[in-house]
Each structure stands twice: as structure tokens, then as C-alpha cells.
Design a binder for this molecule. Structure first.
Ligand SMILES: [Fe+2]
Length: 300
């Protein structure tokens, strides 16, 4: 066999830790001109680190799609703020054209997790910052594995039994995203997920929590269930578990939603304009549309 028949993947990209093993920055990588070996190393880092940052990237919308497609199956998002040419990109921005917002101006400003209403879990979120305010607008990401680890064993075992009803219609109504028709309610079925899941990064146990889509806890009264979820979110989002991303223009920020929670933060919208592209990537082996949201998106 020729020596080069099996091509060893020997490339290692230089990285530095931003917060322990939780958040890494990849150094000296230019995604649009990277070699296939470099891109494979990039893929490997995205699979093995909950949070990945790559700075100084000049990406067109088409290139944002290309990078996203390496990480997973790019998925439809909410019906608000799609990029006109690439609807799988959601525009997060306070910019206006002819008096209309070009994207969604206030997404995700409480602790939450993306992709909780899919029947089959597993989502990676990527944000690409094109115009970033010089102060404020930090993205906070909490380490839900470390938060789980920090609890006593007996409490962990109790919580492993807890299951949560996640509801897309509840989420949409809570934030008044759009008026739902009876057909929407029929199509967007609630799903149930455990509050403790295995992180796809390393198989360790992680909390899986969110504010938005949480409708109730199985077997608990509404009040007790929501109290428990709020208590766990408060625990998980304590400062010691949180990486705070301070944006610079042309930053790429990627995180795995199975082992984290995240929150946007405020900035002075009278003073600054912000323009960020968001993509959502599901596991490559997800078959077809598994939620009504995706089915409805495919007709829009
Ligand atoms: Fe989010």
C-alpha cells in the first residue's frame, strides 16, 4: 500500500482556553481559505469542546452557511428575521430599513437553551458577529455539566428522574412571536425531555433546562414544577459556571446546546447597531423534518 493511501489527520490547530475545558479559542485559522485538513481539525474541536470561538473571520452569508454545514444539518429556525437569500440564517439586529427591522432585535434575553422542542435532541448554535457594539451585548454561556457535577450525588439521582414538558406553542405565545392558528396547535405537539441528559461532547451528565419552552414538569403541580426549574436554572447560571463572550466584529461563536444554557445581554440600542447571523445545526443523522415548525418553515 502506498505510504499516503491512508492520510493521517495530523493537523492540530493552536487553541487557547477561555474557560477551563469549557470554552476554547482557535487561533490562526481563516475559515474561508482553510485547507481540508484544517477544516477537519476545526470540526473535531467543535465536536469536543462545548464552546468554540474563532476571531477575525470575514464571512459572506454563503460562507456562514458553508461553515455551518460542516458542523451539522442546518435547520430551519423561527419565522422571524430570516436572511433574504439564505432563510436558514436568522438575522439578529436592531438595524432598520425603511422603518422596519431587518431581523429580530431582542432575541434570547433570558437564560434558555435552543432546540428544546425537537423530538430528537441535539443542536449546535453558531453566531457570527458582523457589527458588534463595543460595550454590552455579551453572550453568556453556562456550563450545565459543571453545574450538574457540583450537586451532591443523592440530589443528582433524584433529578435524573425529572421530566419536563416542552412546548413550541407555549414558547411562541410567551414571546408573542406570532398569532397561532388552531392548525398550528394541532401540528406543534409538545415533547417531553429529561432534565438530565448526556452531553454529546464527552458523555458526561448535563442539565437540560430552559425558560422559554418549559410548560410543566411531569407529575408535579404547575407551581412546584416551575419552582424546581427556576431553582435549577439559578444554580446552573451562577457566575462560576458562566463564560461571557465579549464580542468583536468578525467573531464566530459556536456552542453545543445539549450541555449549556445561554443568554443574550442588553446594549445601548440608541447608540449602537448590532448585526449578527445565527445558524442552528442538528445532528447529521436527523431524518427529515421532525417537528411541525420545520414542516411549516419548509412552506415559507
Ligand atoms: Fe438562543
Amino acid at each position: 500500500m502506498a505510504a499516503n493511501a491512508v492520510k493521517a489527520r495530523t493537523i492540530e490547530l493552536p487553541t487557547r482556553s477561555l474557560k477551563g475545558d469549557f470554552a476554547l479559542e482557535i487561533l490562526d485559522l481563516d475559515l474561508p481559505t482553510a485547507t481540508e485538513d484544517e477544516l477537519q481539525a476545526f470540526d473535531a474541536i467543535c465536536r469536543s469542546s462545548p464552546v468554540v470561538v474563532v476571531r477575525n473571520q470575514k464571512l459572506s452569508a454563503a460562507q456562514v452557511m458553508k461553515v455551518s454545514e460542516r458542523i451539522g444539518k442546518v435547520s430551519a429556525q423561527h419565522r422571524v428575521g430570516p436572511h433574504p437569500e439564505f432563510p436558514a440564517i436568522t438575522i439578529l439586529s436592531n438595524k432598520k430599513v425603511n422603518g422596519e427591522y431587518i431581523g429580530t432585535p431582542n432575541a434570547g434575553r433570558s437564560w434558555h437553551t435552543d432546540g428544546t422542542t425537537y423530538a430528537k435532541l441535539g443542536l449546535t448554535t453558531m453566531l457570527y458577529g458582523i457589527e458588534c457594539p463595543p460595550e454590552g451585548a455579551d453572550t453568556l454561556i453556562a456550563d450545565a455539566v459543571a453545574a450538574f457535577d457540583a450537586l451532591p450525588k443523592a440530589r443528582q439521582e433524584e433529578l435524573e428522574q425529572v421530566r419536563v414538558v416542552h412546548s413550541r406553542t407555549h414558547l411562541i405565545q410567551k414571546y408573542n412571536r406570532s398569532v397561532l392558528t388552531p392548525e398550528d396547535f394541532e401540528r406543534m405537539k409538545d415533547v417531553i425531555h429529561p432534565v438530565v441528559v448526556c452531553s454529546p461532547i464527552d458523555g458526561r451528565k448535563s442539565f437540560f433546562l430552559t425558560n422559554g419552552s418549559t410548560k410543566s414538569v411531569v407529575g408535579m403541580s404547575q407551581e412546584d414544577g416551575m419552582k424546581l426549574i427556576q431553582e435549577l436554572i439559578k444554580h446552573t447560571t451562577q457566575d462560576q459556571f458562566v463564560y461571557s463572550h465579549k464580542w468583536k466584529d468578525n467573531d464566530v461563536l459556536i456552542w453545543n446546546d445539549m450541555c449549556t444554557m445561554h443568554s443574550a445581554t442588553l446594549y445601548d440600542e440608541t447608540k449602537y447597531e448590532r448585526l449578527v447571523y445565527r445558524t442552528w445545526m442538528r445532528p447529521f443523522d436527523v431524518v427529515g423534518a421532525t417537528t411541525a415548525l420545520e414542516e411549516s418553515m419548509s412552506h415559507h
